[in-house]
Design a protein around this ligand. Structure first.
Ligand code: OXD
Ligand code: MN
Length: 590
């Protein structure tokens, strides 16, 4: 176990609070994993899938009311409300601990409390952060074994004095009315009660690696970001890396694992995945930003993932994967909407009800078999395009940062910011539009700065100031770009094919980073000239490229006015530089 008295004392304190029958320390061994899986099968928490078709794979169904992150129940418990800022829910720390303690009191009676020491980032990296998660969910333990590095080697690194994030998780009956996801940045602690859903319960992921880490990163002078990391290999074997952030449902995992189209492959391009969700970025001795993926697995959305949209993801989930809330076929395989192959003739839907294709509800609406947020949890090591550098202790050097959103109009396919400060402005004003497929008024814009709105552990205006400061700290910061794969024509049809063809845009981005690549200066930044992108083998309609690259001053004037409204909502802490950027944009558009 451990000679770390601080850790021992904390585990004892939590045992006293939750009153489990026993406490089990996770050692991270293969034998232990096998034993835990057997226990989880025996208790019904998971089901073993067909050993031949899906070796080592497990299936789990969450409670019907517990299928996604619950942002309205997620709090930053900093000493002052103003430390959390207007975009976060806030509770005074004492109140947070009191409320969660009342829910956790004796909640593990008759059950086992697991203690999981884990490392975010390679165990031997000086940049990594250690956490210890206490949980009464075997499903959480099995997921953490995939998503993080766990066990004795982490305790050895922690030693007797090392610092760690206290991550307390309890199912507490999975009661919606007793659900709280609390972050205590001052105490380096997370308390999550009442939910078994990954984003709420796998505390190494969003809670530690983004909300707590962003606050730590501000103090320590680095960045914790909601970004994928990929490497683009060139003909000569040289690899350049980019980090990219998009709001949810914009295809981050697909971009991270993309396979270039034939014409790009023929030019020698190949993509290597370093991470699909989170990047920790630091300034290296060479003045560049270096990025580490703190995770060890992928917790990806299943629906829409298939051998066309993401062949690498499909290859990754063929074994040793946990599937959550997908269709369970009678032959113990799984299926989801937008997946490979025909749906099974019959099976159980994500709620465990008998289901077959075409099943309708009382109103005659077709019922989806898999939940739209159903997931796979798979080891990164199984990904065919996993970068050989994915566990480099110092990470990989980043040439470009890419921000993106889903905009039917307005934002061109790609543009480059004119400076670090302008790039921060582009990230700070990022947004996605609702589409016709969603409830709410079409075209309604939701700002999601750097895709961190739900994940920033402190005041968003201070976060922008930290980004600006990081540009000063790095002598050779990455160039900053914005992409939009989702621009449509008048009929609402996508103008850009997306997926693998996004490699064509990556090529231009990296050319620009080397001082190559043709561009025109527009009021919003540098946009490719019509002949700058390699479109060979693509049959875009004649006028599509013009529409994809168009920057309309009238639309952008309205957009810039909306940026100002958003900035005003963040209050007086907003950095003057961002106001200046807004005024400059308005001036350039007039
Ligand atoms: C998310 C996720 O919600 O990665 O962003 O799960
Ligand atoms: Mn994410």
């Amino acid at each position: 176990m451990t000679k770390h008295t601080g850790l021992q004392n904390w585990v004892e304190e939590m045992r006293g609070l939750c009153s489990p029958d026993k406490v089990v320390w996770i050692d991270g061994s293969a034998e232990e994993k096998k034993r835990l899986e057997e226990d989880a099968v025996a208790s019904g928490e998971v089901l073993r899938l067909d050993e031949e078709k899906l070796p080592g794979c497990l299936f789990h169904r969450t409670k019907g009311n517990d299928v996604a992150r619950t942002e309205h129940l997620t709090y930053i418990c900093s000493p002052e409300k103003d430390d959390a800022g207007p975009t976060n829910n806030w509770l005074p720390p004492e109140e947070g601990y009191r409320k969660a303690s009342e829910i956790l009191k004796d909640s593990m009676k008759g059950r086992t409390m697991f203690v999981i020491p884990f490392s975010m980032g390679p165990v031997d990296s000086a940049f990594s952060k250690i956490g210890v998660e206490i949980t009464d969910s075997l499903y959480v333990v099995l997921n953490m074994l995939i998503m993080t590095r766990t066990g004795s080697r982490v305790l050895a690194k922690l030693g007797t004095e090392g610092g760690f994030t206290k991550c307390m998780h309890g199912k507490a009956g999975l009661d919606e009315n007793k659900r709280l996801i609390l972050h205590f940045p001052e105490d380096n602690a997370i308390w999550s009660v009442g939910s078994g859903y990954g984003g709420n319960a796998l505390l190494g992921k969003k809670c530690l690696s983004l909300r707590i880490a962003s606050a730590l990163a501000r103090k320590e002078g680095w960045l914790a970001e909601h970004m994928l990391i990929l490497g683009l290999e060139h003909k000569d074997g040289h690899i350049e890396y980019v980090a990219a952030s998009f709001p949810s449902a914009c295809g981050k995992t697909n971009l991270a694992m993309l396979i270039p189209p034939e014409v790009m492959k023929a030019k020698g391009y190949r993509v290597w995945t370093v991470g699909d969700d989170i990047a920790w970025l630091r300034v290296g001795a060479d003045g560049r930003l270096w990025a580490v993926n703190p995770e060890a697995g992928f917790f990806g959305v299943a629906p829409g993932t298939n051998s066309k949209t993401n062949p690498n993801a499909m290859a990754t989930v063929k074994k040793n994967t946990i599937f959550t809330n997908v269709v369970l076929a009678d032959d113990h395989t799984v299926w989801w909407e937008g997946g490979d192959g025909e749906p099974p003739a019959s099976g159980l839907d994500w709620q465990g009800k008998p289901w077959k294709p075409g099943t309708k509800d009382a109103q005659g609406k077709t019922i989806a078999g898999a939940h739209p947020n159903s997931r796979f949890t798979a080891p990164a090591s199984q990904c065919p395009c996993l970068s050989p550098k994915w566990e480099e202790p110092q990470g990989v050097p980043i040439s470009a940062i890419i921000f993106g959103g889903r905009r039917a109009r307005l934002a061109p396919l790609v543009y480059q910011s004119t400076s670090w400060e302008h790039g921060v402005y582009v990230g700070a004003t990022m947004a996605s539009e609702r589409t016709a497929a969603q409830v709410g008024s079409q075209g309604e814009v939701r700002r999601d700065p750097m895709a961190m709105l739900p994940f920033c552990g402190y005041h968003m205006a201070d976060y922008f100031a930290h980004w600006l400061a990081m540009g000063k700290k790095a002598a050779k910061p990455p160039k900053i770009f914005h992409v939009n794969w989702f621009r449509t024509d008048e009929k609402g049809k996508f103008l850009w094919p997306g997926y693998g063809d996004n490699a064509r845009v990556l090529e231009w981005i990296l050319q620009r980073c080397r001082g190559e690549g043709k561009a025109v200066q527009t009021p919003i930044g540098h946009v490719p000239t019509p002949d700058a992108l390699d479109l060979a083998g693509l049959d875009l309609p004649a006028d599509a490229l013009g529409k994809l690259l168009e920057v309309r001053a009238d639309e952008w004037r309205a957009e810039a006015a909306d940026h100002k409204v958003f900035f005003d909502s963040l209050g007086p802490k907003l950095p003057a530089e961002l106001r200046r950027q807004n005024e400059e944009l308005v001036r350039r558009l007039s």
